[in-house]
Ligand binder design. Sequence first.
Ligand SMILES: Cc1ncc(COP(=O)(O)O)c(C=O)c1O
Length: 427
Amino acid sequence: MKPYASLSPKEAEKELAALRALYEKEKSMHLSLDLSRGKPNSEQLDMTQELLDAPLTREMCFSPSGFDYRNYGIFDGVPEMKKLFSDLLGIPEEMILIGGNSSLQLVYDTLMRAMVFGVVGSDRPWAKEEGLKWLCVVPGYDRHFRIAQSIGFELVNVRMLPTGPDMDEVERLVASDPKIKGIFCVPKYSNPTGNTYSDETVVRLAKMKTAAKDFRIIWDNAYAVHDFDENGDTLLDIFAEAEKYGNQNRIFYFTSTSKISFPGAGISMMAMSPENLAQAKKYISVETIGFDKLNQIRHLAYFKNAAGVMAHMRLLGKNVGKKIAIAEQILDRDLGGLGILEYQKPKGGYFLSIDTLPGCAKRVFALMAEAGVKLTQVGDTFPYGVDPEDRNLRLAPTYPSDEDLVKSMDLLTVTIRIASLEKLFAL
Ligand SMILES: Cc1ncc(COP(=O)(O)O)c(C=O)c1O
């Protein structure tokens, strides 16, 4: 098939009529499918079922020095769990705090503390300043945007490039505007675009001059170990880079096992410079007497160490990678060469982010919904729920069965073709 833009009006009409007939046929099947949820299916969750099945014995609840983990105490995490994350991510143990079941909650609390108390280097609590802004890489993670918006930041879009955020733009903005207090980054297998920040991007983020002296990077490395196979991306160590330029306090690092063990029931962690961490601990120790250490022990008993996590991720990555590959094959098969879709093929993570022709995403969403397939709301990947070009769709292929995924993708390519022809030829 030749590119749609080069079809004659007659050819376009004929093609559209055929596609509409196909669409009506699919619609009559009364599908009820969902490509919107970025969560694992039961098969993936079953891979760690043993973590729950194995008994948590009395013996397991004591540290080597005899501390009873069933009790209050050690509020910043079981030392063996800190070591596991330290080995997994290459971050010194003394920079790590183990949290509860959600890294997003740690992000939220971190920003709330900044609002109420300021961060290391602030002249005053952030809430005492007017008109604060936050940089949001787009397309990006809707829940990040919602946190910053709900706290009262004005959200400023920065384009995602294959190498990470558009650093020329980031540098220009942060150098001139002291109201910009930070940026959200999902540096590896970004949600939803699936790309990993280049070394140059990491260095520039670590090094850049910021007008706000208390500028912070929320480094949400949620997909740090989520490669599909042994050819995964590598990410430069931002702490090491930041240290070179005296900017170690700039980095607030987060991750969790939500997409390793159980979403919302795993282990979260945050890492920051000793100075930042001391400040955070001062306030967190008021907020809680301690997080759930027994879940940390359960996870330790199952994974043992960082190598155990990596062994599990090789299996899980294969499973997720297979789903993503199914989706990619159908996109390539049906839309390749038509000039109506752009997307990058990730080497890990959880999502596929696709860009239709401008002005087509909402139409695709509506056609899919009408035929019984739910997609992530158009605009969710942008601040304020507005995709200025109406072209980005986030696909979450992990949850449906392979069979349902194929059905959903088959329909998706038909709807993208319909929406594109309608747009190109005003049909
Ligand atoms: C980038 C990113 N950060 C955080 C989360 C949520 O993590 P948690 O379950 O640890 O709160 C997700 C989940 O999809 C995510 O994609």
